[in-house]
Write a protein that binds this ligand. Structure first.
Ligand code: HAS
Ligand code: HEM
Ligand code: CU
Length: 567
C-alpha cells in the first residue's frame, strides 16, 4: 500500500534517528568490554568515564533505540493491516517529542550530569534535563496509541463485527497498552521523588520506595521490548520461511499475548531479592509469578517451532517423516526475496533459548543470590534484549526502510551474514560473562582498574581469561553490526528503484479458531491491573513503613557516592 508523504517521513525518522545514535551505543559496548578486560585504561577517545559510558550504552541501546523503532513498527503495522490513515499532526508531535526528549537526556549524559545508569532509580541523581528528556521520550511514544491506534482499532472493529483483528495489530496494541500501565509507577518516582531531589526542593528521599517503583516498571519493560519481536515471529517468520508457510495456531499466539497481560506485572521484585526493606514472602510470590511469565515464552517456542515444522514439511515432502532433519531445510542464509530476514529471526531465537534458561536461573530466588550483581546478569540480557530483540529490530528496520523508500536492499550478502556474526559473538560473550559471573565477577564495576590489574590489591586472576574472551566476542558482534550498517546505509543512500510501498509478509493460520474470549481485552486488562496492585501493596507497605519521604540524600556529580579506597 502507499503511505501518505509526511507520515512516511515520520516512520523513517523513527528508524534512522535512533540508529544513528545506536552506532555510538554499540561502539561503547566494545569500549566497555575492552575496558573491563583491562585492555584499554581509558574508556574512549571522547574522554567518557566508565559510569558515564555505561549509562550512554544502556540508555541508547536499551531505551532509545528500542522505543523509537517499536513505535515505528507499530505505526507501520496499524497502517498496513487496518488500512486506515494515521494523522500527520499526531505523528509529528509524537516524533518531535521523542527526538527533543532524547536530545535533552543525551546532553545531560554527554556532559556527565547524568551518570545514573539506564536503571536511573535513586539514590543516584541526574540533572533535571535527564528526567524531563526521558519523560518527553516516553510520553511521545504513547501518543500514537491514544490518538491514532486506539481510534483506528475501535473504528475497524465497528466496521468488521465478529471478526478478529489481525494478529499483528493485536500484538502491537496489547503491547502498547501494557506500556502505558507500566509507566505509572516510574512516572510517580520521577515526578515525586527524582525531580524534586534533582531541583533541590527536597534534601532526601526514600530509596527503597524509588527502587520498588522503578522495578514495577523495569520488569514489564523487558516485555515491551520482546512482544514486537514475538509479533514478527508469529506473523512474518512462518510466511517467509518457505514463501507460503503457515502459523500453526492463531489462538495459541493470542493466548500467549494474554498471558503476558496477566503475568508481566506482578514480578518486579525478582530484581530486588536482596532489597533489605521487603519481606521475603512477598519476594517469593513474585518469584513464583516469574515462573508463570516464562510460560507464554515457552508457548511461543513451541508455536514457532510447530509453524516452521509444518511449513517446511508441506514444502519438502522428502523430510516429512523426519524428526529433526527438517531443520536443515530452514533458509538460514538465503538471498531469495524476503528470506534474508529469516536469518535475523533464527539467530535471535537461538540466542533467546539461552536467554530464557539464564532468566529462569535469575528468577530462582536463592540461586539469584549467587548471580545477582555479577556479570552473569549482563550475560543474560545480551541474549534477550541484545539478542532476539535487537536482531528483530535491526532486521525489520532494514526491511521497512527498503519498502518505504522504494529501494532494493544493498549488500544483501552482508545483511544475511550480519545476524550470524552477531549470534556467534553474543554466544561467546554470554558464555564468558555467565561463567565469570558464577565465579563472582561483578557487573557495573571499574574492573579494568582493579580486579584485572595485577598491581591492584583486589586482583583476581581467575576472571582475567573470561574478561578477555568477552572482549574478543565484542569484536565479532561489532563486525556483525558493521555488516548490517553497511547494508542499511547502503540501502538508504542507493537510488530509488521501485514505488514506495508498505507491506508485511503475513502467514495465515493453520488452526484459526474463533475463540472470542481471546479477542476481548478489557477483562484481561482489568484482572491484570488488579493483580499488579495486589502484588505490590504489601511491598509498598514495607518500604514506606518508616515514612514515605525520608532516608537518603541523592548522589550526583556535586555530591558523589563515597567510595572506600582499597586497602
Ligand atoms: Fe530478564 C534481569 C528473569 C526475560 C532483560 N533481564 C534482566 C535485565 C534485563 C533483562 C535487561 O528473575 C537486567 C536488569 C538490570 O539491569 O538489573 N528474564 C527473567 C525471566 C525471563 C526473562 C524469568 N529478560 C527477559 C527478556 C528480556 C530481559 C525477554 C529483554 C527483552 N531477568 C530475570 C531476573 C533478573 C533479570 C530474575 C534479575 C537478575 C538480577 O539479579 O539482577 C523469562 O521471560 C524468559 C522466558 C524465556 C523462555 C525461552 C523460550 C525460548 C524461545 C526460543 C525458542 C527457540 C527456537 C529455535 C524455537 C522460557 C522462545 C530452536 C532453538 C533451539 C536451540 C532448539
Ligand atoms: C552493559 C557489551 C550491545 C544493552 C554492557 C556491558 C558490556 C556490554 C561489556 C557492561 C557490563 C558492566 O560493566 O557492568 C556490549 C557489546 C555489545 C553490546 C560488546 C555489542 C557490540 C548491547 C545491545 C544492547 C545492550 C544491543 C541492548 C539493546 C546493555 C545494557 C547494559 C549493558 C542495558 C547494562 C548497563 C548497566 O548496567 O547500567 N554491554 N553490549 N548492549 N548493555 Fe551491552
Ligand atoms: Cu525482570
Amino acid at each position: 500500500m502507499k503511505v501518505e508523504g509526511s507520515v512516511k517521513t515520520v516512520i523513517l525518522g523513527e528508524i534512522i534517528f535512533p540508529i544513528l545514535l545506536l552506532v555510538f551505543g554499540i561502539y561503547h559496548g566494545l569500549m566497555q568490554a575492552l575496558y573491563r578486560a583491562g585492555i584499554i585504561k581509558d574508556m574512549s577517545f571522547l574522554g567518557i568515564e566508565y559510569y558515564q559510558g555505561l549509562t550512554l550504552h544502556g540508555v541508547i541501546n536499551a531505551v532509545v533505540f528500542t522505543t523509537m523503532v517499536i513505535v515505528a513498527f507499530g505505526n507501520a503495522v496499524f497502517l498496513y493491516y487496518l488500512k486506515k490513515p494515521l494523522r500527520p499532526a499526531v505523528q509529528w508531535v509524537s516524533f518531535l517529542m521523542m527526538v527533543i526528549g532524547t536530545l535533552m537526556a543525551a546532553w545531560a549524559m554527554f556532559t556527565g550530569k547524568a551518570n545514573v545508569l539506564y536503571t536511573f532509580y535513586l539514590p543516584l541523581v541526574a540533572h533535571p534535563a535527564f528526567y524531563i528528556g526521558a519523560a518527553l521520550l516516553l510520553v511521545g511514544s504513547i501518543i500514537p496509541l491514544f490518538f491514532d491506534w486506539a481510534p483506528n482499532y475501535i473504528a475497524w472493529r465497528k466496521e468488521h463485527p465478529g471478526e478478529k483483528v489481525p494478529l499483528a495489530v493485536f500484538g502491537v496494541f496489547v503491547n502498547h497498552i501494557m506500556w502505558v500501565i507500566m509507566l505509572v509507577p516510574v512516572v510517580i518516582t520521577v515526578v515525586f521523588q527524582m525531580i524534586p531531589l534533582s531541583l533541590g526542593i527536597t534534601q532526601e528521599e526514600n530509596v527503597s520506595l524509588s527502587r520498588t517503583l522503578f522495578w514495577a516498571f523495569g520488569h514489564p519493560l523487558v516485555y515491551f521490548w520482546l512482544l514486537p519481536a514475538y509479533t514478527m515471529l508469529y506473523t512474518i517468520l512462518p510466511k517467509i520461511v518457505t514463501g507460503d508457510g503457515k502459523l500453526y495456531s492463531d489462538s495459541a499466539a493470542r493466548f500467549a499475548f494474554i498471558l503476558f497481560i496477566l503475568f508481566s506485572f506482578p514480578v518486579g521484585l525478582h530484581h530486588q531479592f536482596t532489597e533489605p526493606a521487603v519481606t521475603n514472602n512477598y519476594k517469593l510470590i513474585h518469584a513464583l509469578f516469574t515462573f508463570g511469565v516464562a510460560v507464554p515464552s515457552m508457548l511461543t517456542a513451541f508455536t514457532v517451532a510447530a509453524s516452521l515444522e509444518y511449513s517446511i514439511k508441506q514444502k519438502y515432502p522428502e523430510v516429512r517423516d523426519s524428526l529433526f532433519y527438517w531443520w536443515t531445510k530452514i533458509p538460514y542464509i538465503s538471498l531469495e526475496g524476503d528470506k534474508w530476514l529469516v536469518s535475523y529471526f533464527m539467530a535471535g531465537l537461538f540466542l533467546f533459548f539461552v536467554g530464557g534458561i539464564t532468566g529462569i536461573v535469575n528468577a530462582s530466588y536463592n540461586v539469584n543470590l549467587v548471580v545477582h550483581n555479577t556479570s552473569f546478569v549482563p550475560g543474560h540480557f545480551h541474549t534477550t534484549v541484545g539478542g532476539l530483540v535487537t536482531l528483530s529490530l535491526l532486521g525489520i528496520s532494514l526491511y521497512m526502510v527498503s519498502k518505504l523508500m522504494g529501494k532494493d536492499i544493498r549488500f544483501k550478502g552482508l545483511a544475511v551474514l550480519a545476524p550470524w556474526l552477531w549470534w556467534q559473538g553474543m554466544l561467546i560473550f554470554e558464555y564468558a560473562m555467565s561463567v565469570a559471573g558464577i565465579h563472582g565477577f561483578p557487573r557495573r564495576t571499574n574492573a579494568g582498574l582493579s580486579y584485572l590489574n595485577p598491581e591492584s590489591p583486589l586482583y583476581r586472576p581467575e576472571w582475567v581469561g573470561y574478561a578477555e574472551l568477552s572482549a574478543f566476542a565484542a569484536f565479532i558482534i561489532v563486525l556483525g553490526f558493521v555488516f548490517w550498517a553497511v547494508s542499511f546505509f547502503g540501502t538508504i543512500l542507493s537510488p530509488k528503484v521501485r514505488e514506495e510501498t508498505l507491506e508485511f509478509p503475513t502467514a495465515s493460520a493453520l488452526h484459526d479458531e474463533k475463540a472470542p474470549a481471546l479477542n476481548r481485552l478489557t477483562p484481561w486488562f482489568t484482572v491484570s491491573v488488579l493483580l499488579f496492585v495486589l502484588s505490590y501493596l504489601p511491598a509498598l507497605y514495607d518500604v514506606t513503613k518508616r515514612g514515605v519521604f525520608f532516608d537518603s540524600p541523592g548522589y550526583n556529580d556535586k555530591n558523589p557516592v563515597p567510595i572506600t579506597k582499597p586497602q
